[in-house]
Design a protein around this ligand. Structure first.
Ligand code: F58
Length: 830
């Protein structure tokens, strides 16, 4: 469009804005009641909280849809280069509060509801979490999608619409049990089913050779087809009209399979078989530790990749006819290796379906993919057994072999016949069970490999992907993770949000977190201190109430709330935390009554899920309960020490716990946590950190200074040296004592805890709990000392929050956009 025409069109749209939904209390109330009556189909004179929530959600959704349509129309007209974010996991949590806050209509809704006799907060509690992921990687995707929308980037997130989200953790007698989380049971008002956006996804079959243009070519003759149906979740940005799409695919049976079945006449079997198609997108793999060489998992990955790419290519072809333009319009981000079959699928589509030459297709592939890895451990890297791939995706296996052949041939020319190195770098791992190394495939075919923190990038370059770094140093980068302040302050801590805006005199920090630094100058201001403590106290009271409801334990809000919430893992060292608590308990027990007056009261809070098959992690949960049982019922310690385990930790539990924490623990063995993002959420809520120099903590130290946190433990480079020492490693007496208490049955269940105790015995203590124990206790003692001086503590707390600006996912996404994806904002004009 010419400039004049553009202007005219925008003016006309402005004129039409009269027709957009209004946000005054009367309109909102009418809308909610209309949805009660016509969408929820309840009488508007009689409906309960859940029905009110459903109606409320639908009225918010209407407003989301308006903006979402405008955004899609705008993107289509502008045709900018888009970023397609491919992730098999998203931990979105609840949508309601986040949506109304990003739309800027939370207060209007709260008013409208109160006039109807409902409280916004109470209705918000009715919503179940969208838990379509395991841990940090999945929550990071959710934060990044919020930033992509807020910063007006032309982005689309793709994922899978699992019917069973992350399992529910139920604790019985202190043991974890997993219950299926069929989260769609109560309907999902936040998604829009696109029955007309469907694509066939094919599996199995054979590769045949056929004549083509006077030569030969390979064609895949697949055997089974499943239909992918799009479910769109509008994601609103904050302070912008832009509302982008999170498109999740669900598997449905395809009519294309049915001809044969009818011929056999076995109608019932045919219909029953159709249902197996749906299993592809039915369940989220619950392991956050290792990759499973299972057929269903591979099917999920390809189903996701194939549907997303058909969608992306269709959109490209709507406006372009030459694939050489593809890299100008499309950037594909691989969130870990889980979607990396996309690389192979693009090659297949371009060569087999679009009839491009190998070299043209390869040229395109090398320009469009960027890959981010979220792990440190070589054993965390995904491998797919060749025999699985051969039966499910035979043509893809051929293409992988061809990519590898070309790569190895080139590599030989660069490095000569160093067979050890060649075999380490090969995409194909030879051996009894041949497999495909998905990380190697991703590195070879991506233009950029990103780590998620500074130290992570160092470890990638010097250890995990050393060979590749030496070959292609230019490919390796890092973008330190961040989290969205919209969810982690504005939604979850409204009173802190109001305080920050008041003291900064602006709400601009919600889109530019660096502005928090403006609070540094008030770090010793007495008025701010008073307001700060009030806010913190209210949040602690809310958390104390929750603890009492969940565990029956009454806790004092004057105690220090000390929190460790994250997936349970040996490397995250929840066991170290529990052994520290046992030590504290033991010390109190052995004190003179008078001395107990000097003890700083603590409420230790632990929460997190263990992967269903991860025995040691499950034992850690049981130990936590066994120790809690003893301590919480011991009149000797009374309010000086309490231990509570918060069951079924998820995003909405985190929203409640984080604002109420005084101290939080991020205590992985150095060199194991790629980044860690929980620490950033605590930091921006003014919680102090007790941490090892691992992952993003190292950069947090750069921002807020070591004086404002409690650091301990071996450094990354010391860890291998300590491990080398093996049985000669020095371990403090207190450590041996507390482990012995567990081993000897002081907390009961000695047989059950035996293997847990064995895992930290000298010579066996891979995660170095013993050698870090002394400095851990020192850091804990320093935290106690600081807590006694409440003014000092408050100052540290303000400085923590004020120094958290760098850890906004907005900063991370801007770095990706500029340095990796080459995309520009594309803002809706009104
Ligand atoms: C996490 N990885 C990292 N993986 O552990 C954490 O340090 C980092 O902050 C976060 O990513 C975001 O970058 C992680 O959560 C998984 O959950 C995988 C899921 C699939 C199986 C293997 C683990």
């Amino acid at each position: 469009l010419g400039l004049g025409e553009e202007r005219a069109k925008v003016d006309r749209m402005f004129g039409l804005m009269d027709q957009f939904l209004k946000n005054d209390p009367i309109t909102l109330q009418n809308d909610i009641l209309r949805h009660v009556e016509y969408t929820v189909a309840r009488s508007r004179f009689s409906f309960d909280d859940f029905e009110a929530y459903q109606a409320l959600a639908h009225s918010v959704r209407d407003r989301l849809i308006e903006r979402w349509h405008d955004t899609q129309v705008h993107f289509k007209r502008k045709d900018p280069k888009r970023i397609y974010f491919l992730s098999l996991e998203y931990l979105m949590g609840r949508f309601l509060s986040n949506s109304v806050i990003n739309l800027g209509i939370r207060d209007q809704y709260a008013d409208a509801l109160s006039q109807l006799g409902f409280e916004f907060e109470v209705l918000a509690e009715q919503e179940g979490d969208a838990a379509l992921g395991n841990g940090g990687l999945a929550r990071l995707s959710a934060c990044q999608i919020d930033s992509l929308a807020t910063l007006d980037y032309p982005a689309l997130g793709y994922g899978l619409r699992y019917q069973y989200g992350l399992y529910r953790q139920v604790i019985l007698d202190g043991y974890q049990h997993e219950q299926p989380y069929y989260w769609l049971n109560f309907g999902n008002p936040w998604e829009i089913e696109r029955i007309h956006v469907t694509y066939p996804v094919k599996f199995y079959g054979t590769v045949e050779e056929e004549d083509f243009n006077g030569g030969k070519r390979q064609v895949w003759v697949p055997k089974e087809t499943v239909e992918a149906v799009a479910y769109d979740n509008p994601i609103p940005g904050y302070g912008t009209r832009n509302t982008i799409t999170l498109r999740l695919w669900a598997a449905k049976p395809s009519d294309q399979n049915d001809m044969e079945s009818y011929n056999t006449g076995d109608y019932i079997d045919a219909v029953v078989n159709r249902r197996t198609a749906e299993t592809i997108s039915s369940i989220l793999y619950p392991d956050d530790r290792s990759h499973q060489g299972k057929e269903l998992r591979l099917k999920q990955q390809y189903f996701f990749v194939s549907a997303s790419l058909q969608d992306i290519i269709r959109r490209f072809k709507d406006a372009h006819s030459n694939f050489d333009d593809f890299p100008e319009k499309v950037a594909l981000q691989l969130n870990d290796t889980h979607p990396s079959l996309a690389i192979v699928e693009v090659m297949r589509v371009l060569i087999d379906e679009e009839h491009l030459s190998w070299s043209r297709a390869w040229d395109i592939v090398c320009k469009i993919f960027s890959f981010t890895t979220h792990t440190v451990l070589p054993e965390g890297l995904e491998k797919i057994p060749v025999d699985l791939l051969e039966s499910l995706l035979p043509r893809h296996l051929q293409i992988i072999y061809d990519i590898n052949f070309n790569f190895i041939e080139k590599l030989k020319k660069r490095i000569g016949l160093d067979y050890d190195r060649l075999s380490r770098m090969s995409i194909v791992e030879e051996g009894a069970a041949k497999s495909i190394r998905m990380a190697n495939l991703s590195i070879v075919c991506s233009h950029t490999v990103n780590g998620v923190s500074k130290i992570h990038a160092e470890l990638l370059k010097t250890r995990v992907f050393k060979d590749f770094y030496e070959l292609w140093p230019h490919k390796f980068h890092y973008k330190t993770n961040g989290v969205t302040q919209r969810r982690w302050i504005v939604v979850s801590n409204p009173s802190l949000c109001a305080l920050i805006s008041k003291w900064l005199g602006t709400e601009a920090w919600i889109r530019n977190l660096d502005l928090l630094a403006g609070l540094q100058e008030y770090a010793t201001n007495a008025d701010l201190h008073q307001e700060w403590k009030m806010v913190r106290k209210v949040n602690k009271m809310r958390l104390a109430e929750y603890i009492e409801t969940m565990s029956g334990v009454k806790v004092s809000v004057d105690a220090m709330f000390d929190v460790q919430i994250k997936r349970i893992h040996e490397y995250k060292r929840q066991f170290l935390n529990i052994l520290g608590i046992i030590h504290r308990y033991d010390c109190i027990k052995n004190m003179e009554k008078n001395d107990r007056r000097n003890v700083v009261p603590r409420v230790c809070i632990i929460g997190g899920k263990a992967a269903p098959g991860y025995e040691i992690a499950k034992k850690i949960i049981k130990l936590c309960h066994a120790v809690a049982e003893k301590i919480n019922n011991d009149p000797d310690v009374d309010d000086l020490l309490k231990l509570v385990f918060i069951p079924d930790y998820n995003v909405s539990v985190a929203e409640l716990v984080i604002p109420g924490a005084d101290l939080s623990q991020h205590i992985s063995t150095a060199g194991h946590e790629a980044s860690g993002t929980g620490s950033m959420k605590f930091l921006m809520n003014g919680c102090l950190l007790l941490a090892t120099a691992d992952g993003s903590t190292i950069e947090i130290i750069e921002e807020i200074g070591a004086d404002n946190m409690f650091l301990f433990g071996a450094k990354v480079n010391e860890v291998p040296v300590l491990r080398e020492k093996g049985p000669a490693l020095k371990v403090p007496l207190q450590f041996a004592r507390v482990v012995r208490m567990v081993r000897n049955g002081y907390f009961g269940f000695e047989d059950y805890f035996k293997s847990l105790c064995d895992s930290v015995e000298v010579g066996n203590d891979f995660y170095l709990l013993g050698s870090d124990f002394e400095s851990y206790l020192e850091a804990q003692a320093a935290a106690d000392m600081a807590f006694v001086d409440q003014e000092k503590w408050t100052q540290m707390s303000i400085l923590s929050m004020a120094g958290s600006g760098r850890f906004s996912s907005d900063r991370t996404i801007e770095e990706y956009a500029e340095k990796t994806w080459g995309i520009e904002p594309c803002r809706c004009p009104f």
